[in-house]
Design a binder for this molecule. Structure first.
Ligand SMILES: Nc1ncnc2c1ncn2[C@@H]1O[C@H](COP(=O)(O)OP(=O)(O)OP(=O)(O)O)[C@@H](O)[C@H]1O
Ligand SMILES: [Mg+2]
Length: 259
C-alpha cells in the first residue's frame, strides 16, 4: 500500500482535482483506493458528491482520528473506491491537539491509516494549501508526494516554498517519503508566459518535472459540477481522461509501480 499526497504551498493549483481524478483512475484500473478529504473546505467530497450523490458517514473524520480508528468514517462509493469525506468541523481539529506532544501530533493520520492499509493499494490524502497540522500529518503519512505547479511566476515561487517545506520536514524528522516530481499545469499550449516558465522549470529542475502536462480543460470544471463521466463517444471526456491518465501512468512509473 502506498499513500499519495498532491501538495503545493499555493492554493488553487489543481491538488483536489488531481486527488479525485487519481482516485477515479486508480480504482477504475482495479486498484483498491481510499481518498481521504483532509481539507475543511471539503472540495474533494463535493467533487465526488457530484458523481455519487450525498456522501454520509457514520463518524466524522475528526472523531475517527480521536478514536484512532477510521473504520466508521469510511464510505464505499464504488467497487474499488472508498472515501472519508471532509467536514467543516475538521477546521477545529488542529486546536484540539494543543496538549498532544509535537511528534505524536504529526503522526495521528499516519497511525490511523496504518490500521486500514491492508484493505487498500493506494490511499490518497487531499490537503489544504499553505502549511498546517493537516499538511504535516499528510506528509508524515505519505510515501509519495507529487507537486502540481502552475506554469506562472507565482507558481515557480510557490514550488520553491513547497520544496523547502518538504525538505525541512524530511531533515527535521527523518521522514522517508519520496517526491515523485512536479506536474506542470498550463493554461494553454499557445500561452507564451506559460511556455516560458515551463521551459525555465524544465531547465532548472530537469527530470524532476513530469514529461506529461495538464492543460486547462472546460470538461474538468463540468465534471466537478455535474459528476465525472466516461462516455467513450464523447471526445472531450476521452481527451481529458487521456491527459490525466498519462500523468498518472508517469506517476506510477516514477513510483516503480508500473513499467
Ligand atoms: N485541468 C483543469 N482544467 C480546468 N480547470 C481546472 C483544471 N484543474 C483544476 N481546475 C479548476 O481549478 C480550480 C482549482 O482547482 P483545485 O480545487 O483542484 O485546486 P486546489 O489546489 O485543490 O485548491 P485549494 O488550494 O483551494 O485546495 C477548480 O475550480 C478546478 O475545477
Ligand atoms: Mg483543494
Amino acid at each position: 500500500m502506498s499513500t499519495l499526497v498532491f501538495y503545493n504551498y499555493k492554493g488553487g493549483v489543481g491538488k483536489t482535482t488531481m486527488s479525485v481524478l487519481a482516485a477515479d483512475h486508480l480504482s477504475r484500473s482495479g486498484k483498491r483506493t481510499l481518498l481521504i478529504d483532509f481539507d475543511p473546505q471539503r472540495n474533494a467530497t463535493q467533487f465526488l458528491e457530484a458523481s455519487y450523490g450525498e456522501i454520509k458517514t457514520r463518524q466524522s473524520v475528526e472523531e475517527a482520528l480521536k478514536k484512532n480508528s477510521l473504520d466508521k468514517s469510511i464510505v464505499k462509493l464504488d467497487n474499488k473506491l472508498d472515501v472519508i469525506p471532509g467536514s467543516w468541523k475538521l477546521s477545529l481539529w488542529p486546536s484540539s491537539l494543543e496538549k498532544v506532544p509535537q511528534m505524536s501530533r504529526h503522526t495521528i493520520l499516519k497511525q490511523a491509516i496504518s490500521r486500514v492499509k491492508s484493505n487498500y493499494d493506494y490511499v490518497i490524502v487531499d490537503v489544504p494549501p499553505t502549511t498546517s497540522e493537516f499538511t504535516h500529518n499528510a506528509v508524515f503519512a505519505a510515501d509519495y508526494v507529487v507537486i502540481p505547479v502552475p506554469a506562472q511566476r507565482s507558481g515557480y515561487n510557490a514550488l520553491k516554498d513547497s520544496i523547502n517545506y518538504l525538505t525541512g520536514l524530511k531533515k527535521d524528522f527523518g521522514l522517508t517519503f519520496k517526491v515523485s516530481g512536479f506536474v506542470l499545469y498550463l493554461v494553454a499550449k499557445s500561452n507564451r508566459t506559460n511556455q516560458t516558465i515551463a521551459k525555465e522549470l524544465r531547465d532548472n529542475f530537469g527530470k524532476s518535472v513530469f514529461s506529461n502536462e495538464i492543460y486547462n480543460r472546460d470538461r474538468v470544471t463540468r465534471w466537478s459540477d455535474k459528476g465525472i463521466t466516461h462516455k467513450k463517444t464523447d471526445t472531450h471526456d476521452k481527451k481529458t481522461h487521456e491527459m490525466y491518465s498519462l500523468v498518472f501512468h508517469e506517476m506510477l512509473y516514477r513510483m516503480g509501480d508500473e513499467d
